[in-house]
Write a new protein. Sequence first.
Length: 331
Amino acid sequence: MKSLDDIIRAVQAHGSTMRVAIAPCAERFVLRAALMAAEKGLAQPVFIGHRERACAAAETLCPNFADFEFIDCPDDNEAVAKAVDLYRQGKVQLIMKGLVSTATLLKAVLAKDAGLVAPGGILSLVTAFDAPQHPQHPETSGEPRLMLLTDAGVNIRPNLQRKMDILKNALEVARALGIVRPRAAILAATEKVNFPAMPATLDADLLAKMADDGVFGDALVAGPLALDLAVSPVSARLKRIDNPVAGHADILLTPDIESGNILHKALSTLLNIPLASVVVGSRVPVVVPSRGDSEQSKFASIALAVFLAQHNGALHNEALRNTSPPTPNNA
């Protein structure tokens, strides 16, 4: 996959429309994204929430809204729990956040009795976007490609262990998107370790050393790297940073949620770049749209979630085939 459009086309070409539970759904910006996904053949929405409010919100959006599957559930917490339950029953393949806090939705996904997160696993937000091209500086641009940013919305102040898990989640997404040997930049304010003044620089250095020891599999990890060194070959050359990740990072891992969120919003508001964001780390990809996201970003987020769910399903089926007992010759 070289672009968000590639992801959308791949989902459409797959041919199997996945069902996505939207809870609670009585909000126009959520309804609009879900209805667009249905219109474009990306996903089949299952609306959960206050029926009267949802119908009122959808009145000018979709004249046949009543034809969609709807589960009347006025209580927001119950609506979220119902969405998780539908996934556990195999009746939906995705979950999308409606007008409820992200924390409320993720609490339901993380609940032990839900069984959606492996012991020791964590949830993190991975954002995919088209690598910016710079017409005035072609030397900093390359072939069209996707980049990933993590974590701009879930983990507030991750320690070293948590950053390891966040990186592992992002690497899984990168590999699902066809990036065979992902290049991850562990971001900081400088490329030099400055501890204890800048703890993030030490974490970045340790993560890079772990990667050298094979902790993250076939991946290149460098850090600490300032943002310009991670994405600009010119900056890396001027500062004499000789590293295969410098200037060519596929994954940007930020030190904390504040820096991640600022970078996320800088991409979307200052550069007007569509962003596809999905919470990963559980058995079910979770779409967590923001009111401030563009229509294109909400649509792309659903497409990315469907793509990852299709990929996970393909891996599951392959694992079943590989573990199935051989068929007897005389069967």
